[in-house]
Design a protein around this ligand. Sequence first.
Ligand code: FES
Length: 112
Amino acid sequence: MEQATELRPLHVFVCTTVGRHHCGGLGSERILLRLRDQLEHRGLTHVRTTRMGCNQQHHQGPVLIVYPDGVWYGNLRVEDVDEIIDDHLVGGRPVERLRITPDGEWASTALT
Ligand code: FES
């Protein structure tokens, strides 16, 4: 089991907004479950996870954000979760191939 005591606190937000074309409809529930299962299994208590609402990026979804790093991941598959844990949440190096940049205009009235 990994030692999490020396790792800095991180907070992972996973968009699970329901809808056929939203992150929930694109498989984010399985991503959140895999993330939580692996964090628990490996004793990685430095990572907090929270469900997140829509950030108008589901055209790049499923979306996951890591704070305080401000790193956005998108187009995720459940198979990507372990790499994010290993490289970023434990190793401190974002997984560049999975990063996205939020785009479009922000409009609070369009948020779910
Ligand atoms: S539903 Fe996830 S960003 Fe919109």
